[in-house]
Design a protein around this ligand. Structure first.
Ligand code: SAM
Length: 328
């Protein structure tokens, strides 16, 4: 049996949140403090995650991404990644991080088998970084990015959430970095999930950003799309070494090609980031359920995947799950 949903999409990509904790308080993700966090015993152990991942791989998953919360604040992540990489059937292992603790982790991450990385960066201005994230750590992130670059991790993807009135005056500066660095700069539309603070009345969507780039930087030339690319539409400026991508979950959803399932830190399987529906697999796992029974829970979760999310419709679902707990 394979993880195929009722719309014939093959779910081959598992995003695994290993913690709901984060050292940053990004205003669009987890503004302010405190939010109730999971207790230690509610969080899946690494062994439990590995067990569930093996089952997911038997059901056809070939790509995994580790996220959170901030994955680099969970202890012994290197050892965990090493074990994850050993699971035969996983062809691609990636990590998403805010980059604050990246620099010192890089040698052990590479040793564990990590080859590519996504780093979130919403601004190039240290003061603004502090305003967006609540922490004065721009320099640490920038050093982490440089270290990732020099260590040969590739591709390095830089994720920027585009927020009108917050960082939209410097999206071009970020895009211009593609002339100097062979990174993939990806501009992400803000998704109104959870009770995130920055609900802009006038959202900033991809077409407007593309228009600005075309006017002020140059033509965006499409880059061929590969099935492993994920949802980003990829482009390049003439003469650039890096790429520009857009993730337009709101203005132009890509649900018809979505191949993802998510495993949250608390052991819930979510078939859609933008729907609160989830299947509890932790209870069965801890009760000693057989692998066949755990497989059934994965298969059931796959069947609950909707045709598309509703956030951009007249009757949007209320998504109360928060990005840091689902694993963005
Ligand atoms: N801590 C890691 C990081 O910062 O990359 C991983 C977790 S974070 C939730 C994963 C990604 O989700 C980040 O790139 C972040 O910018 C994005 N994100 C969080 N909240 C979002 C929202 N409301 N809309 C769009 N993207 C969001």
């Amino acid at each position: 049996m394979k993880l195929t949903d009722t719309y014939d999409r093959n779910l081959t990509y598992l995003r695994i949140s290993i913690t709901d904790r984060c050292n940053l308080r990004c205003l669009y993700c987890s503004p302010g403090d405190p939010f109730p966090r999971l207790s230690h015993q509610d969080i899946l152990s690494y062994e439990e995650i590995l067990h569930l991942t093996r089952i997911a791989v038997d059901l056809g998953v070939t790509k995994v991404r580790i996220t959170g919360g901030e994955p680099l604040i969970r202890k012994n992540i290197d050892d965990f990644l090493h074990k994850l990489r050993q699971i035969s059937g996983i062809q691609d292992m990636a990590l998403t991080t805010n980059g604050v603790f990246l620099k010192t982790h890089i040698p052990s991450l590479i040793k564990a088998g990590l080859r590519r990385i996504n780093i979130s960066l919403d601004t190039l201005k240290p003061d603004r970084f502090r305003r967006i994230t609540g922490v004065n750590a721009f320099d640490q992130v920038w050093e982490g990015i440089q270290e990732a670059f020099h260590s040969g991790l590739s591709p390095i993807k830089i994720n920027t959430v585009a927020l009108r009135g917050v960082n939209d005056d410097e999206l071009e500066d970020i895009a211009r970095l593609s002339f100097h660095y062979p990174f993939h700069f990806r501009f992400i539309e803000y998704m109104p999930v959870g009770v995130s603070g920055e609900q802009t009345s006038a959202p900033l969507y991809t077409p407007e950003i593309q228009e600005r780039f075309a006017k002020r930087i140059g033509n965006l030339m499409p880059v061929g799309h590969h099935s492993s690319d994920g949802p980003a539409e990829r482009f390049k400026f003439d003469g650039a070494v890096g790429e520009i991508g857009f993730i337009s979950a709101m203005s132009h959803h890509f649900c018809n090609t979505c191949n993802r399932l998510r495993l949250t830190a608390s052991g819930q399987i979510r078939s859609c980031l933008l729907s609160d529906h989830q299947e509890d697999i932790r209870t069965a796992l801890r009760a000693g359920a057989s692998d066949a029974a755990l497989s059934d829970i994965f298969l059931k979760a796959a069947r609950t995947k909707g045709r598309h999310h509703t956030l951009n419709t007249d009757t949007p679902a209320d998504v109360t799950g928060r990005m840091f707990s689902i694993g963005g």
